[in-house]
Ligand binder design. Structure first.
Ligand SMILES: [Zn+2]
Length: 308
């Protein structure tokens, strides 16, 4: 989406995360980088203490590995944060090196699905983008809505099968998590946690490079929304380069927006939704060429954030 919205100050979020993490893991669990907006989490923090089994087996090893709260939500996944802590919000990675992240949002709403079913829209999945990334061996990270995954299971399998692609979470049906977010219908507050948890579960079924990265629709979030996601042990990823590709009429402004402010560590926001972002595939070769001219190299989001 083209406009950045105000959010809870990163410093406040960091403080809250550090406080919650300290309760769970002891002192200094969080390496706080010098660069504002970039957060690094510990590589391995037990998500929760598992209850002792009622009838422990005498032969059980004394040093069994920590058990996570739910299968597939291991603290080893990129972006995993201590369960119960307010999620950190990340815009970009360290401003060192030459790596940048190409991130593609796969939006799908109830209204979009009706468009597909009625035949008014042919596709919200831009195969030209995926073909190009595969042909050129370009790493990318896909923020998938649950409804998009349900609409395009074969394509989701194809994304998961590519070792250069990471999978992340963009809610189930692209509902707004704040009262005023570009006119998107709003998810009731009591359903926020389940909406995002359900999407992680859906995406997890496809395997591949899973993460605990999450992006709000329209990047709209407030303290209530962040609090609702605390049980899920995730990292919120906004981005520092907004390409503005939704409903673009020409590829040139998209290329300009993607390259204008790009720097080492940048997280570039694009869309793979074809009918709603019809110029992105035409812009992408120019964006890749422009990055190369600047000595910048696409990498999976986890590597750009220093968590890979
Ligand atoms: Zn979106």
């Amino acid at each position: 989406m083209p406009v950045k919205i105000p959010r809870v100050p990163v410093v406040a979020v960091l403080a809250a995360v550090a406080a919650a993490a300290a309760l769970l893991t002891g002192p200094s669990p969080l390496r706080t980088p010098a660069s504002a907006g970039m957060v690094r989490m510990p590589a391995a923090v037990p998500a929760t203490q598992s209850p002792a089994p009622a009838t422990p087996r005498a032969s059980a090893p004394a040093s069994a590995p920590p058990v996570t709260a739910r299968p597939g939500i291991g603290p080893e996944l990129p972006g995993a944060t201590p369960v119960g802590s307010v999620p950190p919000v990340v815009d970009h990675g360290p401003r060192t090196g030459n790596k940048v992240a190409l991130t593609f949002d796969a939006d799908m709403t109830g209204a979009m699905r009706r468009q597909l079913r009625s035949g008014a829209v042919r596709s919200y999945a831009n195969l030209k983008i995926i073909d190009l990334l595969e042909r050129e061996g370009v790493p990318a990270t896909f923020f998938l809505t649950g409804m998009w995954v349900e609409q395009y299971p074969a394509l989701t399998r194809r994304l998961a099968a590519n070792p250069r692609f990471e999978l992340a979470n963009h809610t189930y049906g692209h509902l707004a998590f704040t009262p005023d977010c570009y006119g998107l219908p709003r998810v009731p507050e009591r359903e926020m946690t389940a909406d995002v948890a359900r999407t992680f579960d859906l995406v997890a079924g496809y395997g591949g490079r899973q993460t605990r990265y999450f992006r709000f629709p329209g990047l709209c979030h407030d303290r209530n929304a962040l609090d609702a996601l605390a049980p899920l042990g995730l990292t919120v990823v906004d981005g520092d380069v907004v390409s503005g590709d939704p409903f673009a009429k020409s590829w040139r402004p998209v290329v300009r927006a993607a390259l204008d402010g790009v720097r080492p560590g940048s997280v570039i926001i694009l869309h793979v939704t074809e009918a709603n972002a019809p110029m992105t595939d035409e812009a992408l070769p120019h964006i890749l060429a422009g990055l190369a001219e600047r000595g910048l190299e696409p990498a999976p989001l986890s590597e750009v954030l220093g968590q890979g």
